[in-house]
Design a protein around this ligand. Structure first.
Ligand code: ZN
Length: 320
């Protein structure tokens, strides 16, 4: 396997630097790409995180997979890119320094904007080698996502993997033009997009779900025997496929408290939070407008009228 001009022989593990840009100070910026290749042939799995630079929990999942040497396959190859958007990660921001969302720049151009060039190199130099990808994300800003897999349900290979991965919720999510997931799908790759936790935050449970998901997928693809470990994992929850969901929004501005655990099942009319003024004279209940699971909750202490508070499922199926 030759990746970015470096040969990785069977049985070798190498960290290859993708160097395509410099900071304005002239400091070169490298994206380390960790390639672990088994002696035996097998599929190639790509693990990516940090397309959005402030989604640190995804980075933590891939980091732990590498640190614990869980990425070393017995068959095939695992390629890990823990931080794709190094610029955003440095600034602890979602986007590139020019304000562009890398996840809307794929497949990119060789001579395009900085984000577009990054996208181009990932697509042309890394992606041709892979069969499967798990891309790790978190909720944006203070919105905390319950661990969930987003995919194109028509991709039956990805759907099978999503069930194996073991997150309770699977969302048949619309493809967004020029996203990494959309571009990989067009190239015939099977992609799971993992969402868990919120930006600039580490959550141990979310991290665990992500790491165990990687082990389950590798085991399923016959890349490494994790049968012993899997017996010790938490019981696989029965998967729920979400086909429709909506936000409950703030009817008033004020201080916001959530009363429900994320992932819990609520009924229409249930009190799920409160909004109050800071002076003790006004307090109002936030009620669920749907029967469903809370799959994302806003953790901001202060919200404005119209802000998204709870993302609630409206149609689900456990038979898929
Ligand atoms: Zn993201």
């Amino acid at each position: 396997m030759k990746i970015l001009g470096t040969t990785v022989a069977p049985g070798e593990c190498k960290t290859i630097q993708l160097s395509i840009a410099r900071l304005h100070t002239g400091t070169p910026i490298d994206i380390p790409i960790v390639v672990a290749r088994a002696k035996k042939e097998g599929p190639c799995l790509l693990l990516t995180a940090g397309i959005h630079g402030d989604e640190i929990n995804g980075v933590e999942i891939v980091r732990q997979v590498i640190t614990k040497e869980l990425h070393i396959p017995e068959k095939g190859t695992v390629i890990c890119v823990p931080v794709i958007n190094v610029f955003g990660y440095l600034n602890q921001e979602r986007d590139f320094p020019d304000g562009r969302d890398l996840n809307r720049m794929f497949p990119g151009f060789k001579r395009g904007s900085l984000a577009s060039r990054f996208a181009y190199h990932i697509i042309n130099e890394v992606v041709p080698h892979i069969d499967y990808c798990i891309d790790f994300h978190t909720g944006g800003a203070s919105r905390f996502n319950y661990s969930q897999i987003r995919l194109d349900a028509q991709d039956t290979k990805a759907l099978d993997l999503a069930k194996i991965f073991g997150s309770k919720f699977i969302i048949n999510a619309k493809q967004r033009e020029k996203s990494f997931r959309h571009t990989l799908r067009k190239l015939g790759k099977s992609v799971l997009l993992f969402e868990g936790g919120k930006s600039l935050h580490l959550d141990r449970i979310v991290t665990k779900v992500g790491i165990q998901g990687v082990q389950r997928v590798m085991h399923h693809l016959d890349m490494r025997d994790y049968s012993k470990e899997i017996t010790k994992f938490y019981n696989l929850p029965e998967g729920v496929m979400i086909t429709k969901s909506s936000w409950v929004r703030a009817k008033h501005s004020g201080m916001f408290r959530s009363h429900k655990k994320i992932g819990s099942l609520v009924a229409k009319g249930d009190k799920i939070g409160t909004i109050s003024d800071p002076y003790g004279s006004f307090e109002t209940a936030v009620k669920s407008t749907y029967d469903g699971y809370i799959i994302c909750a806003n953790h901001a202490p202060i919200v404005h009228q119209g802000d998204a508070l709870f993302h609630i499922t409206r149609a689900t199926t456990s038979n898929f």
